[in-house]
Design a protein around this ligand. Structure first.
Ligand SMILES: O=C(O)CCC(=O)C(=O)O
Length: 301
């Protein structure tokens, strides 16, 4: 139900902005329509079976049916390049607009997507702050939309956040993401250093709901004991006007995003980092052609 200060900031996305600013995250009951779920479940089955509809390999494939550890959370990054059902969600204009308005940005582009499937009995994902991995672009602001594709609950290893932790000190990247011994360990150490007792909130929603979180909000998720899978699709977005920062404090850009760096300037190529929404009405025009499967004729043919 709509709260008093909830605002419609994307065309179909209602977000309580005050709660986002106070807590560093906000839970949203409905992000995508339930009728889209079966096609997305099929898309998940396809990509984890190595069936890439577009012929393009995702940037990171951390789990495949043929040889993946059945106890781990299955993960693929930039599944949108391999599968158009996934692309239709993470390249959605309304989500881009919602994120840009929430961040006070001139526009939003996709930085990366995460296709996550925590099976029944699947193990945890360690707590971290997303922005600690992301100093290769500037401004390095990040905002994330996490979409549940199954009903979620605390015992089902749903996403959890620490209230107000976006105001804590910026940490180094957590050492273990997949199935650490104690998935809250890094966060608890940070809380201790901060001198606070962490207050944890869970994203408990019906399939199709989810959350938005700030790049510095501590989050992670526990083991799945709910007897059903926990699938989720995650859009990590950055400002539309970001540029590469190749020096990145001596760290460089890293092996994946280095591939997309232009030779003679630091602008980000829209082919790899499409603009979802911009306040002047611009949106990367190739998105629609791509998601609808209407490829432009090859000029040489
Ligand atoms: O789904 C999870 O448990 C973790 C997701 C995550 O790290 C993120 O959305 O940034």
């Amino acid at each position: 139900m709509a709260r008093s200060h909830e605002q419609t900031i994307g065309m179909h996305v209602n977000i309580d902005r005050e709660k986002f600013f106070d807590d560093g995250y906000v839970v949203v009951e409905r992000l995508i329509e339930p009728q889209r779920l079966p096609a997305l479940h099929q898309a998940f089955a396809d990509v984890f079976a190595g069936n890439f509809e577009t012929g393009v390999h995702p940037d990171e494939v951390n789990w495949q049916e043929a040889d993946g550890d059945p106890t781990l959370t299955r993960q693929i990054c930039n599944g949108w390049k391999a599968n158009r059902e996934i692309a239709k969600v993470v390249l959605d204009e309304n989500l881009g607009q919602a994120i840009a308005k929430l961040g006070g940005w001139p526009g939003a582009r996709i930085m990366i997507d995460n296709v996550l499937w925590k099976p029944e009995g699947g193990r945890s994902l360690g707590y971290h702050q997303d922005s600690s991995y992301l100093a290769w672009f500037s401004p390095s602001d990040l905002l994330t939309c996490w979409i549940a594709l199954d009903d979620t609950s605390a015992d089902g290893g749903t996403l959890e956040f620490v209230r107000g932790s976006h105001r804590w000190a910026m940490s180094d990247p957590a050492s273990e993401f997949h199935a650490p011994d104690d998935y809250r360990h890094s966060m608890q150490a940070a809380a201790e250093a901060q001198g606070v007792t962490p207050e944890i909130g869970f994203v408990e929603v019906d399939a199709g709901g989810g959350s938005f979180h700030h790049g510095w909000t501590w989050h992670g998720s526990g083991n799945n004991r709910a007897g059903r899978p926990r699938r989720s699709l995650v859009l990590h977005a950055m400002r539309s006007d970001v540029v590469y920062r190749p020096e990145n404090f001596g760290q460089g850009i890293g092996p994946i995003y280095s591939r997309y760096k232009r030779l003679a300037d630091n602008t980000l190529d829209e082919n790899y980092f499409p603009i979802l929404w911009r306040e002047d009405g611009y949106r990367t025009p190739q998105i629609e052609t791509y998601v609808n499967g209407q490829m432009v004729e090859n000029k040489d043919e």
